[in-house]
Design a protein around this ligand. Structure first.
Ligand code: NIG
Length: 377
């Protein structure tokens, strides 16, 4: 089944393709060009001057969770600092949940994101922290998400000895979870895992054939960014507190700096130095970090608006970071761009240009969404 889309007001492709029309054929984009030379298709949709862009690629979420942390959020808004200690609250609730309950939480949030134009989602384990609970989290994640990351090294479980837990994560837990996931991640931060512990986990994961990601520099200028660059990780996520050396290291590496502005707002941190990263030549992605503790939003449009209004990214940079940047962070070349051969993931805005994403912040602008060639909104 092929679909010809015409009447595109502004087309953002993140590729060499240009035009005001395109054709989807099955799960792929088949053609992009001028409507005057458009090939025939089974169906025709006129988007009447609206902007079309690739579906959002949300490269950082934590959707396998149970429970609620509204009270912690309230305390934070009343002045309490975010310490990541609340992860243990979610671990407790997650362990108590049934497989069906966990699956429903992930399904619901992936569907919520899709309604807002997110057509590709990464999600993580990390609220299980036992071998059985991490395996179950990975299975549930894989039911609904496009990419799954093992985050057994999210927090040392309360009462556990840190070094003993690191040995469990890089040994028995990794052996059990590795066949179910593509990526491994470590929360490398004071209060979570230090440089050597994080490195030990990541090297073991790499030996198992997993790609690497790092949670780094979220709460302070820790060693996460340096470690991610040293190990050639695909991305280092958060990057809220960066030294000049961190910025330079990212700029001369292939590691994507994934910025999570909704998290920084929700935890009342500074916003990440996006301008310094971009000006230095680093590759920047934007992601939601949707999780019940530090960033309970699935809205990539909110992240884009924040990046433009408060982080001095241009609209074009922010949209690229939330589409092609996310794809780069996940080492995918089939999503995040509109070009022949790419997955047919389209986001049509009820607006003539992507500028409206920042010009009209908070307004739901999603008009239509295709995912893998199927119209879902
Ligand atoms: O990316 N930094 C660690 N992990 C999550 C927080 C999870 C939580 O507070 O539950 C994050 O912000």
């Amino acid at each position: 089944m092929s679909v010809l889309v015409t009447g595109i007001g502004e087309l953002t492709t993140n590729s060499d393709a240009t035009g005001d029309a395109l054709v989807l054929d099955g799960e792929r984009i088949a053609w992009v060009g001028s409507s005057r030379r458009a090939p025939a298709a089974d169906e025709h949709v006129d988007v009447e001057g609206r902007a079309v862009l690739p579906g959002w690629v949300d490269s950082h979420t934590h959707l396998v969770f149970a429970g609620d942390r509204t009270a912690e959020f309230g305390a934070r808004m009343a002045g309490q600092p975010y310490t990541a200690g609340g992860i243990a609250v979610t671990v407790d609730a997650t362990r108590r949940a049934t497989d069906e309950e966990l699956s429903e939480v992930v399904r619901k949030h992936v569907a919520e994101a899709l309604r807002q134009g997110t057509t590709f989602v990464e999600t993580k384990t990390g609220y299980g922290l036992t071998v059985a609970d991490e395996v179950r989290s990975a299975r549930v994640a894989a039911e609904h998400a496009d990419e799954v990351t093992f985050l057994g090294a999210h927090l040392v479980p309360p009462g556990a000895d840190a070094d003993t837990y690191v040995e469990l994560v890089r040994g028995e837990m990794l052996d059990a979870v590795a066949p179910l996931v593509r990526w491994a991640d470590v929360f490398c931060e004071e209060g979570a895992f230090g440089h050597d512990q994080a490195k030990a986990v990541l090297e073991a994961a790499r030996a198992k054939g997993l790609g690497l990601r790092v949670h780094g520099n979220q709460l302070g200028e820790g060693p996460g960014v340096r470690l991610a660059v040293e190990l050639g990780a695909a991305s280092v996520d958060h990057c809220t507190y960066l030294s000049a050396a961190d910025v330079d290291a990212l700029a001369s590496s292939g590691t994507v700096a994934t910025l999570l502005p909704a998290c920084d707002l929700s935890t009342r941190q500074a916003l990440p130095p996006a301008r310094a990263l971009l000006d230095a030549g680093a590759t920047v992605a934007l992601a939601s970090n949707c999780n019940p503790g530090s960033s309970y939003t699935s809205s990539m449009a909110f992240c884009v608006a924040t990046a433009v209004l408060q982080m001095r990214m241009t609209v074009q940079e922010a949209v690229w970071a939330a589409t092609a940047g996310g794809a780069r962070a996940l080492r995918r070349d089939d999503v995040g761009a509109i070009r022949p051969g790419a997955r047919a993931d389209l986001h049509v805005l009820d607006a003539p240009s992507i500028t409206h994403l920042a010009y009209r912040p908070g307004v739901p602008l999603t008009h239509a969404v295709w995912r893998g060639g199927a119209r879902v909104v």
